[in-house]
Design a protein around this ligand. Structure first.
Ligand code: HPA
Length: 266
């Protein structure tokens, strides 16, 4: 079997130009950027990466440039529900840190809890509720495990996202994202409970990555593509097929936003 590559091997292959930004692309959003000077690595070629088993997720690290900005894209993520490991994204996020990334943008597909955050819209995450009771730092031995999450979502990066949206006439809302472990979708009663608790959207990812990103000292921001109204809030049947389909249909809008955003991180 071919030996897996670690971050030093990848660093050698991609040259010295610094890569400031890491980007995680979620369900149905994998092809969102037109990258140049691309180097691609399958997750199964890399040390510390788990394979993703979810359709709509590519499972590739793609390093390239958008205009002047060099970016490391994790196209597809692994989720807790795939393997029972809350720290399943620790390897990839540590990898980004090691190759020199300082900023991490996360994208996901999510269900909306609010009528004023409709299907097909974008929501910048300003805070989260970890409803899973899980944490990717369980088992971590260093004192850094007692991580302060008061400013888990970096204000400057949120401002950059909002500015990029404004400059491109893309409407975005801001809200609180709640992490449910999945893989089953929530019940209507769970969604009502989440509404009372102050959540605006719900999904099965991102929160562990936000915790890990902060743990590794990255500046973190995240945005949700709203693919459906959450359970019990509309007549539509919720499904993974719907998540992928609506996420796909929002790719152009997200692409525009991300290109404009990345220009600000040269
Ligand atoms: N719930 C959880 N995760 C999701 C949803 C949802 O309604 N939509 C897309 N991802």
């Amino acid at each position: 079997m071919k030996e897996k590559m670690d971050w030093k091997d990848v660093r050698q292959l991609i040259g010295e130009k610094p890569i400031k930004v890491g980007l995680v692309l979620g369900s149905g959003l994998g092809r969102v950027l037109p990258l140049e000077e691309v180097k691609e690595f399958n997750y199964d070629e890399l040390v510390g990466f788990n394979e993703t088993s979810v359709t709509g997720h590519q499972g590739k690290l793609i390093i390239g440039s958008v205009l002047e900005t060099k970016v490391a894209v994790l196209s597809g993520r692994t989720h807790f529900y795939e393997n029972g490991k809350p720290d399943t994204m620790r390897g990839p996020i540590e990898f980004l840190t090691k190759i020199g990334t300082s900023h991490l943008f996360l994208t996901n597909a999510a269900g909306s809890l609010k009528q004023n955050i409709p299907t097909g819209s974008l929501m910048v995450i300003k805070d989260h509720i970890n409803f899973s009771g899980l944490n990717p730092l369980i088992g971590e031995k260093s004192e850094e495990r007692f991580l302060n999450l008061t400013k888990a979502y970096n204000e400057n990066m949120i401002d950059a996202l909002l500015l990029a949206a404004k400059q491109n006439n893309i409407e975005v809302s801001q809200g609180v994202y709640a992490w449910f472990s999945g893989p089953s979708f929530e019940t209507p009663a769970e969604i009502q409970a989440l509404r009372i608790l102050g959540a605006d959207a719900v999904g099965m990812s991102t929160v562990p990555e936000v915790i890990l990103g902060n743990f590794f000292g990255l500046k973190v921001a995240a945005i949700s593509v709203i693919t459906n109204m959450a359970a019990g809030l509309s007549q539509e049947t919720i499904s993974h097929e719907q998540t992928k389909r609506i996420a796909n249909s929002c790719e152009k809008k997200l692409e525009k936003l991300l290109i404009s955003l990345l220009r600000k991180f040269k």
